[in-house]
Design a protein around this ligand. Sequence first.
Ligand code: CUA
Length: 320
Amino acid sequence: MSSTLPLFPPSASTVAQDVDLLFFFILAVSAFFAVLVSVLILYFTFKYRAKTPGAAGADIHGSLTLELIWTGIPFILAMVMFVWGAQLFFTLSKPPADAMDVFVVGKQWMWKVQHPDGVREINELHVPVGRPVRITLGSEDVIHDYYIPAFRVKMDAVPGKLTTMWFTATKTGSYHIFCAEYCGTQHSGMIGQVIVMEPHDYEAWLAGGRSTGTAVENGEKLFTTLACITCHKTDSSGRGPILAGVFGSTVDLQDGRQVVADENYLRESIMNPQAKVVRSYQPIMPTFQGTVSEENLLQLIAYIKTLKVAAPAAAPQGGQ
Ligand code: CUA
């Protein structure tokens, strides 16, 4: 419906219609009450004006029925908005399990993109139509915000952590990307295009791109060149925890806490290893802050995620 309105961006994702519907519902409720209140004010101003000089209004002692009505109706309307909005929010927060992973790093003032097979691009994002895409977002410097109006999705890129967003494009074509968080003098120029392609066109585009190795391959190389491998061995002889099977597992920490080893945990453990030390290990790991870029970090995490426990034994203790 919205694509015919000139002020509206096109609708090109599976959630676009749902977001618009909620938006128009809230807009309609707000407009209805704004008009109702304004009209009543004008009408009562006229109706209850002082008809003779010095006239006094009648005393009003309240009405329980009226108070129940004007409390009950807004309450129900607010709850409808809340439940509806929360459902949509949960949908937007949970990427489908079969989503393809794309890494995006914001940097003053550009968007750097890496596809699963290693093809990179800047300020453009090529995606196949009809396939869920999960974007893992990082930032090299300040807070940016990856915003694709046509898909009705938007997520902050925050230095020091990883955030995710997802979408399934429904129409081929090219759509705007904006940075939606003021990030310095060239903020308004931090823009780009999403190019939604037919799956075979996307494959052809990928094949034509120059891949410098997949994220996992690059991560594996870094794991050796940064010497992670000297402490994180595949058996328990290492000075650091075994990393196989760590991703998604629950890790016992030295201070008694337990954490789930998600992407942000792995990120923190590389950049600030003393923050969450795994139980029965020493806090000896050096920080890689400043040594490892956000892109390298995403590659390392992609590699660590692939490390699986070989034997069907219980998952070992998690990584530091
Ligand atoms: Cu990046 Cu605004």
